[in-house]
Design a binder for this molecule. Structure first.
Ligand SMILES: [Zn+2]
Length: 344
């Protein structure tokens, strides 16, 4: 029982997640690792039970083989909220119980003091763009964000604004760039995600800024930063591209607070490249919540053969005029089968 508990503890403490560059993290000589760690468990005896979790010849514990690349051990620990990832280079003969305590519980420089950590309740993960659950919803008062030190990520014109695109929400501003153009960081911060999303963002970078915002840079041809890297406004974080769900090279720029996308055009005047509010931006929490509530009421209908505007209006207890307004169509517009009409 004790043993099962011990393994359960480590399975909790050591989760294994996708690939991340390990190049910034120095190799750890096995003999420098603490042999007897009192960090992981105050009783100590459970750690001894883990002795048989030796890594194999390629530096991979047998029970974790499928998750490892040859020389890199991906370690994530869960301090009760969400996993944080750290990377450890392993040597032959290393044991998880020897490596993990130092990094999981010892090297707090990787685990703590991320930008705006207290705002984000110490949640830091590269697993999801928005891992913050309902943190935003729990806000009541307006949030004041310092704007100092801003750099425009790319100087192009806007090809598509933030907002509803027919029945899909577009959570960023699209800016024209050429493949290979420099994409620059908006404010000082730390890289949270360098990701690949073939059906969405393509190659993308997510940065947590010191001012509490997070920005996302999508459709890059090449990211040029690493996860955890500390970077500064104006640094090139990647090259413009056309990867993911994108037609024509452009930058998809998102600005988020606690995972909630905000309209970048309320921060930046893209025609001049200047901030609209130079010192401080106030996120109006009440207004955003009202907007979200309205969005939650929205409803769409997929046009079928034989449908008419008046028939659809009747079905949804609305008027043809209202349908035309919502969908920016005329009463005489021809409906197409499969077309989605907003009905609320
Ligand atoms: Zn976009």
């Amino acid at each position: 029982m004790r043993r099962i508990l011990a393994i359960g503890y480590w399975l909790l403490a050591i989760g294994l997640i996708g690939s991340v560059s390990a190049q910034n993290i120095p190799a750890v000589p096995a003999d420098s690792l603490p042999m007897d760690s009192t960090l992981a468990d105050s009783e100590g005896d459970e750690l001894e039970e883990m002795d048989d979790l030796e890594v194999n010849a390629s530096g991979i514990p047998d029970w974790l083989t499928s998750h490892f690349s040859n020389d890199t051990l991906f370690v994530a620990c869960d301090f009760g909220v969400l996993p944080r990832k750290i990377v450890v280079r392993t040597n032959n003969g290393d044991a998880v119980y020897k490596i993990a305590p130092q990094f999981v519980l010892g090297d707090t420089s990787l685990l703590n003091n991320h930008p705006a950590d207290s705002i984000y309740r110490h949640i830091w993960t590269d697993e999801r763009v928005n891992p913050y659950g309902n943190l935003f919803d729990s806000l009541v008062d307006d949030v004041h964000i310092p704007m100092k030190g801003f750099c425009l990520p790319a100087p192009g014109y806007v090809t598509s604004p933030y907002g509803w695109r027919r029945y899909r929400m577009h959570r960023g501003t699209d800016i024209k760039v050429q493949v290979g153009d420099s994409i620059r960081l908006a404010w000082d911060g730390q890289v949270r995600i360098v990701g690949w999303d073939p059906r969405g963002y393509g190659y993308y970078v997510v940065v947590r800024h010191d001012n509490g915002l997070e920005t996302i840079y999508g459709h890059l041809s090449r990211p040029l930063v690493d996860e955890y890297e500390r970077i500064y406004a104006g640094e090139v974080i990647g090259l413009g591209g056309n990867t993911g769900r994108s037609t024509g090279s452009h930058l998809h720029l998102e600005i988020r607070y606690l995972g909630n996308a905000l309209d970048p055009a309320t921060f930046i005047d893209f025609s001049t490249g200047q901030l609209k509010h130079k010192d401080e931006y106030v996120i109006g929490i009440k207004a955003i919540k009202q907007q979200r509530a309205a969005e939650a009421q929205m409803q769409w209908y997929k046009v079928k053969s034989g449908d008419t505007l008046s028939g659809i209006a009747k079905k949804y207890h609305t008027s043809v005029k209202k349908l035309c307004q919502l969908n920016k169509i005329k009463e005489t517009s021809l409906l197409q089968i499969g077309q989605k009409l907003r009905v609320r």
